[in-house]
Design a protein around this ligand. Structure first.
Ligand SMILES: Cc1cc2nc3c(=O)[nH]c(=O)nc-3n(C[C@H](O)[C@H](O)[C@H](O)COP(=O)(O)OP(=O)(O)OC[C@H]3O[C@@H](n4cnc5c(N)ncnc54)[C@H](O)[C@@H]3O)c2cc1C
Length: 323
């Protein structure tokens, strides 16, 4: 069993920022990451382009140079990977945290490989692991996915994309441009208002001209091997279908937060309780960092506005002089 001043769960951009800050301040620390470095970004669509410009994704002021103003996924992988390797960060990859117990003093963290003790635990596990399911028969068929990767896969196929936000709209446009026959199924009356301002007119015009089919105020009722049934204002429709991308958003692991003793709001937002000045939760010594802080409001926090959590947390840890 090893002891560290700080244990960080999650090696995403914000977990890495926390480790880097701990290192700079002379604290012993380990980052535990269940996948590769920045696992969520690694699993984003291959052609994904960030909505933030590169300087807004920088951590600790380390310059992020990208070809265009808004970097692509592979440039972000390069940037965060280089931060880890150049600074020799103490990150244990492919090591999942399975449980955390509160000890008399601090925490015992048990991973898939070993156990650690610490007085200060930072949870930076993001929200990309758990998709919002649509809970209809057939959702578990192999042709249904909650993650979109590469448009080539869907060429010449009848693809239904469920959702109205950035992930769904990006996937619909890309797949249409690579030869898929795309149908969008949107629960509300319009394409999401938060869709990137330079992408929204594109999708609206593709729908208007009939290049992409769209059903508004529509919900999926059932998914079958060759067909999809949807409820629309005009009644039930059966659509021929080869693949379904259900891109209806993601949510933090609330069960894990509850297991840690972090209080969540009773409403549908399920906001975790923490002090916004220090990021410490209602559990002493347990901090939240990054996009996990938004509960179900996953659009509220992103790299851009949550990268400051690292400095806030490490400063608070040093103030308490727990170590
Ligand atoms: C398609 C898409 C585009 C986006 N574009 C932008 C953008 O342009 N600008 C912006 O600022 N933000 C953007 N975001 C939001 C932001 O990039 C991500 O949410 C970002 O990855 C958040 O960083 P994080 O470190 O808080 O969480 P994550 O990057 O999700 O990191 C969490 C890490 O925790 C690990 N983990 C989870 N559970 C465990 C466990 N039990 N044990 C060990 N490790 C665990 C995961 O594997 C993951 O690597 C985008 C998000 C998406 C989905």
């Amino acid at each position: 069993m090893q002891n560290f001043d700080v244990v960080v769960i999650g090696g995403g951009p914000i977990g890495i920022a926390c480790g880097l800050e701990a290192q700079k301040k002379g604290l012993s620390y380990v980052i535990l990451e269940k996948g590769p470095i920045v696992n969520s970004l690694f699993n984003y669509p291959v052609n994904m382009q960030f909505f933030s410009s590169s300087e807004k994704l920088e951590i600790d002021g380390i310059p992020f140079i990208s070809k265009e103003a808004k970097p692509k996924r592979d440039e972000a992988l390069e940037y965060y990977r280089r931060i880890v390797t150049s600074n020799n960060l103490n990150i244990h990859l492919f090591e999942k945290v399975e449980s955390v117990t509160q000890e008399k003093k601090g925490f015992k963290v048990t991973s898939s490989k070993t156990s650690y003790t610490t007085d200060n635990l930072i949870v930076a596990t993001g929200f990309y692991d758990l998709p919002n399911t649509i809970n209809v028969p057939g959702e578990d068929l192999p042709k249904v996915s909650h993650y979109y990767n590469d448009p080539h896969f869907y060429a010449s196929q009848k693809l239904a994309v469920i959702g109205a936000s950035n992930s769904a709209i990006d996937a619909a446009l890309e797949c249409y441009r690579k030869g898929a026959e795309v149908t969008l199924i949107i629960r509300g009356p319009e394409v999401g208002q938060r869709v990137k301002y330079w992408v929204r007119p594109d999708i609206i015009n593709r729908i208007k001209e009939g290049s992409i089919n769209a059903h508004f105020n529509a919900e999926v009722k059932e998914i079958k091997e060759r067909e999809l049934t949807i409820n629309t204002p005009e009644g039930e429709l059966a659509l021929e279908n080869d693949f379904v991308l259900a891109l209806t958003g993601y949510k933090p692991n609330f069960a894990f937060l509850a297991q840690l003793g972090v209080q969540l709001s009773d409403d549908e937002k399920r906001l975790p309780q923490y002090n916004p000045d220090t990021m410490e939760t209602n559990v002493k010594g347990l901090y939240l960092a990054g996009v996990i802080c938004g509960g179900m409001e996953t659009h509220k926090w992103f790299i851009e506005n949550s990268r400051i959590h690292a400095k806030m947390i490490i400063e608070d840890i040093l103030t308490h002089s727990n170590p």
